[in-house]
Design a protein around this ligand. Structure first.
Ligand code: URA
Length: 243
């Protein structure tokens, strides 16, 4: 037995709070009867409708994909470009990506059919660390990288302080590699942060999402998250730590 608002949120229809509103507003039916009580418990055989539409209750599945470059973080693309779900063709559940990576960014992306879990991980309030490795045109001075650590002003606001690590520089070819960890998810944030300090990102890869890495995977590979990893991600998002 699970609480009605939780089941609605898990189906990806709405956040848990919004699901509660839908219930109290009389928009939810259980087995054909309007139910406005928030504590209502339902089983997997109960038929639940939101605004007259039956919700689908699939088994929850969770995957990690090493997205190659040149792939859209979506389940379909009207321009016919490759999309992330093509890399998990054998999965019957209707999975979708948790957040997004740019078309030209490679790296770690999660996919699930658990709407509540996806919302939890994407919400900026929960501050999940994501680590990117950027190849830059040029070699930034330490002082320039400090600006990223303090936060830079972008057109949609100032970024939170980032963790930055200089990995290597190649004077002959005038390029460098810098690792940066952020917990926000503004559009093209990493590229724009480097641009803000005068450096163009020529290649970008997300290497870490919280404690998850791409270890053992090649571009295009995926694996299922273990139940323990899913639990840890939930704990991390909800409490800010793993203990
Ligand atoms: N920052 C970017 O610039 N691109 C991404 O895909 C992710 C973060």
């Amino acid at each position: 037995m699970e609480r009605l608002q939780k089941v609605i949120a898990q189906a990806g229809v709405a956040s848990r709070r919004k699901a509660e509103e839908l219930i109290t507003e009389g928009k939810v039916k259980v087995n054909g009867k309007v139910t406005t009580e928030l504590g209502t418990k339902v089983t997997s055989s109960d038929k639940i409708e939101v605004n007259g539409v039956k919700i689908e209750r699939e088994n929850k599945v969770y995957f990690l994909l090493y997205k190659p470059r040149g792939v859209i973080s979506a389940v379909s693309d009207d321009k016919g470009r490759s999309v992330v779900t093509e890399f998990l063709p054998h999965i019957e559940e209707r999975i979708y990506p948790v957040g997004r990576l740019d078309y030209d960014t490679s790296g770690l992306i999660l996919l699930t059919n658990d709407g509540e879990f996806a919302n939890l991980l994407m919400h900026p309030r929960y501050e999940i660390d994501k680590t990117y490795v950027a190849r830059l045109k040029g070699i930034p001075q330490r002082e320039k990288l400090r600006e990223l650590e303090r936060g830079v002003v972008l057109e949609d606001g100032k970024t939170a302080p980032a963790k930055v690590k200089f990995i290597s520089g190649d004077r002959k070819q005038n390029k460098s590699i810098v690792e940066m960890t952020i917990h926000e998810g503004k559009n093209r944030q990493v590229r724009r942060m480097f641009e803000a300090i005068g450096f163009e990102v020529t290649k970008l890869k997300r290497e870490r999402f919280a404690f998850l890495t791409l270890h053992g995977l090649n571009a295009g590979d995926s694996r299922e998250l273990t139940p323990h990893e899913v639990k840890q991600l939930r704990t991390l998002a909800e409490t800010g730590s793993l203990t």
